[in-house]
Design a protein around this ligand. Structure first.
Ligand code: GLY
Length: 360
């Protein structure tokens, strides 16, 4: 059964479609949206190997003229240099303003393609076809696009919404377990910050550490509920003036861990998992959250096989200094997202460095 979740926005609303074997319907869906005649698919070699033919066939059958551009897989390539190569292809294939850039891949492909779409000819159509769990439940929805600067992640970017997000859960079968678990960190995040019944549903599952442990119903439920949570938050605060910052739960310390380990030790979702445990502990220490609910969160993270402990070899002074460079710093103060109940968080700048030190 197809689930359609709308992301209502003042000027650029769109739908997220979740459908098994949805890739086969991609061309027809884009045709219905009247997005021009030309599509440049951006992907990475491995994903394109798996799903490139299916994607291109579906688009061509619907009458589109299709080309593709591949970027190497991995966060290291999310740079201006590799972005420029996408522009070379948009130029080579003469993309016009009513043409479409389509991201077929995980977060890196989605972020880069979105930024290329936002900037090429001051904006061409953008379609997201996420292939990792993390991209399905987080990165592909909400319009955050961009590339990294040597000094920090996602420092160069734009808010640019897609015209369509198509999620085909069947493609998760080729996702490595580690990446699946990393995506689950963001799913657990939605349970803690927004959707208590999603949280409780995850608690009922025996094991969350591999796609093999999910039946179709549970998988569809976590995709729908996570996308719904993201859509509700983004539609209330598209450009992160306030509420949207709650989506960064676990990310404040998570980003520090990723950065201080040079993005080599942990994938994003793993660092977020550790960050959620740390933020939960801070909240408990500040008397904002009960220890028993924090434990329930940590149990879910453990049940997913995600890490929970900040590596002891991290330099605490460097970590505290790094917190100040976080994009979420406002007026010199680091903002933390802290749970106050399952399904509820607050945004606060009252966390002291002393407390952060203790938690580290
Ligand atoms: N990944 C956080 C956000 O989209 O705001």
């Amino acid at each position: 059964m197809e689930s359609i979740i709308s992301v209502p926005l003042p000027n650029n609303s769109y739908n997220i479609h979740i459908l098994n074997n949805g890739l086969l319907t991609l061309g027809e869906k884009i045709k219905e949206l009247n997005l021009g005649k030309k599509i440049l698919v951006v992907s990475n070699p491995q994903i394109f190997d798996y799903y490139g033919n299916l994607t291109v066939d579906s688009l061509e059958k619907a009458g589109f003229s299709v080309n593709y551009h591949l970027i190497p897989a991995g966060e290291n390539y999310k740079t201006l240099e590799y972005l420029a190569q996408i522009y070379d292809s948009t130029l080579k294939f003469s993309l016009e303003r009513n043409s479409t850039l389509l991201a077929l891949g995980g977060g890196v492909v989605g972020d880069m393609t979105g930024f290329a779409a936002a900037t090429w000819l001051r904006g061409v159509n953008f379609v997201q076809v996420p292939t990792s769990l993390l991209a399905m439940v987080d990165a592909s929805v909400g319009g955050k696009t961009g590339v990294n600067h040597p000094q920090g992640k996602n420092l160069i970017g734009a808010f640019y919404q897609p015209k369509l997000v198509l999620i085909d859960p069947t493609v998760l079968k080729t996702l490595p377990d580690r990446e699946f678990k990393a995506g689950m960190a963001e799913v657990i995040k939605y349970g803690v910050i927004w959707d208590k019944s999603l949280f409780e549903q995850l608690e009922k599952a025996n094991n969350l550490d591999s796609l093999d442990n999910f039946d179709g119903v549970l998988l569809s439920e976590i995709l729908v509920r996570s996308c719904q949570a993201k859509a509700e938050v983004v539609s209330q605060d598209e450009k992160e003036a306030g509420l949207r910052a709650i989506l960064n739960y676990g990310h404040t310390i998570g980003h520090v861990i990723e950065s201080l380990t040079n993005y080599e030790t942990f994938v994003h979702g793993e660092a977020v998992a550790i960050g959620m445990v740390a933020a939960g502990k801070i909240s408990v220490e500040m008397g904002l959250w009960t220890e028993s609910e924090a434990k329930r969160q940590n149990l879910l993270i453990e049940k997913t096989g995600l890490p929970t402990i900040i590596p002891s070899y991290l330099d605490i002074d460097a970590a505290i200094a790094h917190l100040q460079t976080d994009k979420k710093v406002k007026g010199g103060k680091v903002r933390f997202i802290l749970p106050t109940a399952i399904g509820k968080v607050i945004i606060t700048d009252r966390v002291t460095s002393k407390l952060v030190r203790n938690v580290f």
